[in-house]
Structures are given as C-alpha cells and as structure tokens.
Design a protein around this ligand. Sequence first.
Ligand SMILES: [Zn+2]
Length: 299
Amino acid sequence: MAGLKDRAARAIRRGVKAAENGSSLRTDREVIAMQRLAEIPFPEVSRLAGSGRSLVILPVGVVEEHGAPLPLGLDSFAAEAYAEAAAPHLEAKGYAVVLAPTISYGVARAAIDFPGTLSLEPETLKSLMVDIGRSLARHGLNRLVILNGHRDLSHMKALDDARETLMNEGITQVLCVGFTSDRAVTAACYREGVQELSRSVRPDREGHGGEWETSLALHSFPELVNRQIIEKLEPNFDYDVDAFRDETKDYWSLTGGGGYFGSPQSGSAETGQKIVAIRGRNIAVVILNAWGPAKEEGG
Ligand SMILES: [Zn+2]
C-alpha cells in the first residue's frame, strides 16, 4: 500500500508547510492545506464549511482507450493531477481546497468500440453530478469546481447541464473547468502556455492519445505507460480533423484501430511536468477570475 503511505506523507508535508505559511501570513486563523474529502472525518467538514472559504474540486474523467501504450483511466488521472497542481494557487488566495473523490466514469461514445471503454448515458452523468452537488451544498460546501479531463461533446454537455440545474436551485456556485462546452474556457485551462512546448512535427495534429497525453502519463504515472509500444508506433497525422473535433466519426474508424491522434513518440516526462504545472496554474487563474479570492464570512 505504497499509495496510502505516500498520501500520509504528503498530508503531513502539506500540514507542516501550511502551518509555516500560516505563522507568517496569517496570525488570526489557521491555513488549511488541501484536504481529500474521503480521507477526513465529518467534524473536519463542519470546520471547513464554517470557515466560509471552502472550495471543492471534483475531478471527472472516464474509462476510455488512449492508444495501446496508455491506460484507460488517463483522463481521470489527468484531472486529479491538474486539481492537485491548481490547489496551492487557490490556497494562496485564501481558499480551503477540498478534493472530492474522482468520478472515473463518463460519456465515451466515440471510442466505445475499443475494449475496456465504458460509457454512461449523459443523463446518468448529469444526475450523478447533481446528486453530489446537492449533498455537498447540504453540508455547507457550496463552491463546486467540476474539473473535467475528458473531451467528449455529450459528456461536457452533461456536466454543463448539471451545473445549470444546481445553479438554478440556488444552493451552490458551480464552475466547469478543464474540458468544457465553452471553448474559450478550455483554451484558457489547457492550451495557454502549453502549445509552445510541443516537439511534434505537426503540433496542429496532436490530439487524443498523442504527444500531450503521453507526456502527462510519462510524468504523472510512468509505471502505467508501455514505452516499448510507443517506440514502435508510427505518428498518426493523416486523419479527418473535423470529424475528430466534431465527433461525426468514431475513433476506431478515424484511427484504423490505433486509437491515438498525433505522435505519442513526441511525448516526454519533462514536457509532462511542465504541462501539469502550467495547466494547474491556468485552472486556478480561471477559477480566480470567476470567483475572486476567498473572503471571510461576513467580511
Ligand atoms: Zn484523454
């Protein structure tokens, strides 16, 4: 259970760091470092909600093929990596970030013919998100950021619909970041400062399972990447870009069963490290632009 041990060590490091920051930056209240909702007891939730500064990030991904070298859970792992990278920037602006357990299932119709790809109906995803948002709000956790790592039009629309339902109920603030129906938001989160890192000969053709996702995987979960397969792959630049973007054709027919768009072999762990840092910061900027820094209740 190395993972759990790592988590504990991480939490302790964060706690120490937060305490250090707290003594220099804030004398009147404790700085709360990012908490994982599933790892804390209920009184801690009351404390977080009572602080008036809580902000929940809910990473959303999918189980979907990403080409032969990469794991099916890539989009979920990516959303988690970006959430962790965004959190310190939000905490620096006064928020108490709570990381909710990742939704690892989503709508994945384009890649459904690949073994292992699982898809929900959009209504199922929407209901799931609304139920979680309502439950969080019931306990005073009423700032919800849905951080989506999976680009699929129906999936993104379901998240948007959930946001709208929750906002109309007036119980919580909700923001969709990462891959969203709003292309400007997606660009601000994922493309800003990243495009120029490309080592691909056709950066305009890098997409699903290509240079970016391979880089992220090589940095954030290298043990799940099959490098031998990457070395043997040919780049896939010659595909119908419009059909890929608009999802008018499925991934199997677009890639001849390869499942990737672009050049996985252009990916590197070094690029992945930069991507995580840049996208984490970008996402925090988008959130702060929407909501501003955290203010104390009544102040
Ligand atoms: Zn992906």
